[in-house]
Write a protein that binds this ligand. Structure first.
Ligand SMILES: C[S@@+](CC[C@H](N)C(=O)[O-])C[C@H]1O[C@@H](n2cnc3c(N)ncnc32)[C@H](O)[C@@H]1O
Length: 275
């Protein structure tokens, strides 16, 4: 007979765990898509060899454990110029529009380790707009933000990132923007100087500035529709009139949003706020 693996969780147990976490930490996991959270919790239990009882005990008694649990729950996969065609579209549609602004603010929500934000910074640099642009990168996970701030990435990733960059068709060379040493590269100060990273929870935090452009890619897919709607409302309220919003390749606005956002590029999920 097959042995039951104690390091797994079913949907009912997951709901109980979410309610325990909400009660103790006021963090609402029930707003995240269940299948993904279930996979991540199971992974944590298996890697740390924890039964559900042990996991509940740790979460109840050890506040510092929750910090690391939260980090394991979120998916932080990212890369520079991920979906090059989208960056090409940003370069062709959004960048020309930005030329008319004296000051530009960009919010990269759910920026993970910063590769996406630095990719936008390179586009703006190549377009001669960098010096009048501020880039704000936010995430719920403080560890990834520290990595983003350091701007240090593995040299082996750069080959793929350079290929992505080439595919965007944007002029310039990626290696102009970093310094390589041994097996790592560091993003140059010239690209970091107008960049600010800070924590922001899309599920609970509010508007913190007004932006001409917001990019939030591959984040909404992990949220239930109710939280997705909250976040879209937050972006709408955070955008200047005629500001732009970019979502990930598997994400889109709901029908009701098309009254307040114009589709600029359907394939690449680029929208513009209409007043
Ligand atoms: C898959 S990464 C996406 C990174 C990047 N935007 C990209 O497309 O390559 C998703 C990021 O969303 C962040 N995230 C998850 N829940 C969040 C929340 N409630 N508020 C802010 N960020 C969140 C995660 O920590 C993670 O870094």
């Amino acid at each position: 007979m097959e042995k039951h693996n104690p390091e797994t969780i079913n949907f009912e147990e997951l709901a109980q765990l979410s309610s325990l976490i909400k009660h103790i930490y006021d963090f609402d996991f029930s707003l995240y898509a269940e299948a993904s959270i279930k996979r991540r919790v199971t992974r944590i239990m298996q890697l740390q060899k924890l039964s559900l009882f042990e996991l509940r005990t740790l979460l109840t008694n050890d506040f510092s454990y929750f910090e690391s649990f939260l980090k394991e729950i979120t998916v932080n996969v990212t890369e520079m110029f991920r979906d090059p065609e989208m960056f090409k579209a940003v370069n062709e549609t959004i960048i020309p529009y930005m030329q008319s602004y004296q000051n530009i603010k960009i919010w990269n929500a759910g920026c993970s380790t910063g590769e996406e934000l630095y990719s936008f910074a390179i586009l703006f640099k190549e377009a001669g707009l960098y010096d009048r642009t501020y880039f704000y990168g936010t995430d719920i996970n403080a560890d990834v933000l520290e990595q983003a701030q350091n701007g240090i990435y593995g040299l082996t990733n750069m080959k793929k990132y350079a290929e992505n960059y080439f595919e965007t068709g944007v002029a310039g060379t990626l290696s102009n923007y970093y310094t390589a040493k041994y097996d790592a590269v560091t993003i140059n100060h010239s690209l970091k100087k107008n960049v600010l990273f800070s924590t922001h929870n899309l599920a609970t935090d509010g508007v913190f500035n007004e932006f001409q452009f917001i990019s939030c890619r591959n984040v909404l897919i992990y949220f239930k529709p109710e939280l997705q709607q909250r976040v879209i409302d937050l972006f709408y309220d955070s955008l200047a009139n005629f500001g732009f919003l970019c979502l990930g390749s598997k994400e889109t606005l709901r029908n009701s949003d098309f009254k307040r956002f114009k589709v600029i590029d359907q394939k690449n999920n680029i929208y513009q706020k209409i007043a």
